[in-house]
Design a protein around this ligand. Structure first.
Ligand code: AHG
Ligand code: MN
Ligand code: MN
Length: 311
């Protein structure tokens, strides 16, 4: 079943369908760029973004591609992008707001490791982009990996589509994704080990415990592309943790266009997420580029970590 056929079979409103088709179109363009036989798209752009991070050429290409497709949609009022300090006005009367990380994992581009794009769709109402994640109407990511996949949560379910690269159509390959309740993967950048809260250190040590036969109980996997780390964990069972650290006292990941959409997709796949004080989807954002500590994954694993904070 193609994405279009899937949308025809559901009763999502037409504006949501249109946004999904915009993401489809933009991501197919991105797929094309990533697979072009040219080196023009690699390397730094020479600019720094609002968060003082080095902007890669492909960050800007991805940003332009998705802004251009959303511009064709009169239902979108504003875009918030990781790559733009201010929100971009489109159509004042538009019913929806789009927040995006056009290219996630950009430090991985030049070394041939999967990258992604992340989207959070909110209603255009009071509060603008500063709405709790639980009120998202649609959350979506695209992963450009060994295959290109589009995964989204809408209407209380999470579905995954895989791009047929010959005819450029997304095919429903993962209907109603349900993440395992527990798993054995833990994903964290242990380069930050010495500046993590003691509960996180305790959890990492718990993951490293051996079973009575002297065999490992967990496996460590962290590649530094949130989308790819999360996608693997959602399908296999695991936990992703990016806590506050000395380098990143407020956390590394952005609440509105990284954590919230991923947490929404996790929720409707049966997973759990937290900022280590409350469910991340219940956090009221204060500013558009706000960072946060972020934990997402299999329910039992997230609850195990949270239980260490309560003693
Ligand atoms: P982005 O490329 O959009 O800036 O996001 C990078 C993020 C995320 O994808 C990843 O999980 C994290 O940064 C990696 O951070 P560290 O390099 O500190 O591990
Ligand atoms: Mn990112
Ligand atoms: Mn990015």
């Amino acid at each position: 079943m193609t994405l279009q056929q899937f949308l025809n079979s559901k009763n999502f409103n037409s504006e949501i369908n249109q946004i999904l088709l915009n993401i489809e179109a933009g991501s197919i363009k991105m797929y094309g760029k990533l697979n072009e036989e040219t080196s023009d798209i690699f390397g730094p752009s020479g600019e720094k973004n609002i968060q003082n991070e080095e902007v890669q050429k492909l960050d800007l290409i991805a940003n332009d591609i998705f802004i251009d497709v959303f511009k064709t949609n009169s239902n979108i009022a504003k875009i918030l992008s990781e790559e733009n300090e201010h929100t971009i006005d489109l159509n004042n009367n538009g019913k929806y707001l789009v927040a995006m990380d056009p290219l996630d994992g950009s430090s991985n581009i030049d070394v041939n490791i999967p990258v992604g794009s992340i989207f959070s769709i909110l209603e255009n109402k009071e509060g603008g982009f500063l709405q709790n994640g639980v009120d998202q109407k649609l959350a979506c990511y695209v992963i450009y990996g060994t295959t290109t996949m589009m995964v989204f949560a809408v209407d209380q379910a999470t579905h995954g589509f895989t791009l047929n690269t010959k005819n450029k159509q997304y095919i429903l390959t993962h209907p109603n994704i349900s993440t395992p309740n527990t798993g054995n993967i833990f994903s964290i950048n242990e380069g930050n080990f010495n500046s993590m809260e003691k509960e996180i250190v305790e959890f990492i040590n718990y993951c490293k415990e051996l079973n009575p036969n002297g065999k490992r109980t967990h496996t460590g996997r962290f590649i530094g592309s949130l989308v790819a780390d999360f996608h693997r964990n959602m399908l296999k069972g695991g936990i992703f943790i990016y806590p506050t650290t000395a380098d990143r006292p407020n956390g590394q990941l952005r609440l509105i266009y990284e954590c919230n959409p991923i947490a929404f997709i996790a929720k409707y796949a049966g997973g759990e997420s937290t900022d280590l004080t409350k469910n991340i989807l219940d956090v009221k954002p204060k500013n558009i580029h706000q960072r946060t500590a972020f934990v997402v994954g299999s329910k039992q694993m997230v609850n195990k970590l949270l239980s260490l904070y309560k003693v």
